[in-house]
Unconditional design. Structure first.
Length: 296
């Protein structure tokens, strides 16, 4: 997920350059190889925008790591690695770590078949980012009705957005709420399209690659053909995400300065403008999803 900065972090970090992302990706690969050689991990997979050439200053590194067990001995070197990346570059690393046994027997309780198909596509797209055994190949998915599960997820998304909307300017975590909203077109598109592909309601080739831009394009071309407002709403939210990213780059480069109150106002206003759009977008994508899946 592309992050929205808190003011204190925002003021003390430099904008990560493409070279910084490339350098840290190489460092992470090297350190994971050392952890694998030392028996601390069985395998790892680096994925997300920073791993396949779409990084922006708001990107992070996403990792799935399989360890022999979940213990301090296995977790400490992983934390040391992620802390090192952040200290050197200001780029956070989301290292999701599981005991390999929990991936194989399904007790991880997280990965559904739609997520697994997506992760397989990602690992096929970037095999150089697999270290040791691919954790994706270890995963036994949680058994569930994917269509009903996705239907409930839409309802949960809408409820969360509605609560955030009602909190208004008094929201205690405006940055987190804005992060969720600005990532929504990609996040909803990825989950929704993957579910329909796995369930046989869409062709597998609807996504030429797992890149963020291709996911949004697929959402607009397929769902937007049925309801054009899906295309316009997702484009507007993506446009504001781009504007926020450019603003971050400008301030981090030292070209302009911003006070805490000014930054708080920008985050609040961007959230206020986009929350209603996000609520309507979720409702409209949900309606088209139900048409594809024969739920209405």
């Amino acid at each position: 997920m592309s992050r929205v900065y808190r003011f204190d972090d925002f003021q003390h970090l430099q904008s990560p350059t493409p070279e910084a992302f490339a350098s840290e990706l190489g460092n992470i690969r090297s350190e994971l190889q050392d952890l694998h050689a030392g028996g601390h991990i069985e395998g790892a997979f680096i994925w997300g925008s920073a791993a396949h050439g779409e990084a922006s200053p708001r990107s992070d590194f996403d990792l799935i790591i399989a360890t022999p067990d979940i213990s301090l001995d296995s977790l400490r070197p992983i934390q040391k690695m992620t802390d090192g990346v952040y200290k050197r570059s200001g780029i956070p690393t989301d290292a999701t770590t599981y005991a390999s046994s929990s991936l194989r027997d399904g007790s991880h309780g997280y990965f559904r078949e739609n997520a697994l198909v997506w992760l397989r596509r990602l690992s096929n797209y970037a095999p150089q980012n697999i270290i040791g055994k691919n954790p994706v190949d270890m995963i036994t998915p949680v058994s569930t009705d994917l269509i009903q599960d996705m239907d409930r997820t839409f309802s949960g998304d809408r409820e969360k957005l509605q609560k955030d909307y009602l909190k208004g300017g008094a929201h205690p975590n405006k940055e987190g709420a804005l992060e969720h909203v600005l990532d929504l077109p990609h996040h909803v598109g990825r989950r929704c399209i993957s579910t329909l592909i796995v369930s046989g309601y869409m062709d597998n080739d609807i996504l030429p690659s797992p890149k963020r831009s291709h996911v949004t394009a697929a959402l607009q071309e397929t769902f937007g053909n049925i309801d054009p407002e899906i295309t316009s709403l997702s484009s507007e939210i993506n446009g504001d995400a781009t504007l926020y990213t450019k603003f971050v780059e400008t301030v981090m480069s030292g070209s302009v300065s911003v006070s805490r109150d000014e930054y708080d106002h920008i985050v609040t206003q961007t959230l206020r403008v986009n929350l209603p759009k996000a609520i309507v977008l979720v409702d409209k994508v949900h309606d088209v999803f139900k048409q594809y899946a024969g739920l209405k």
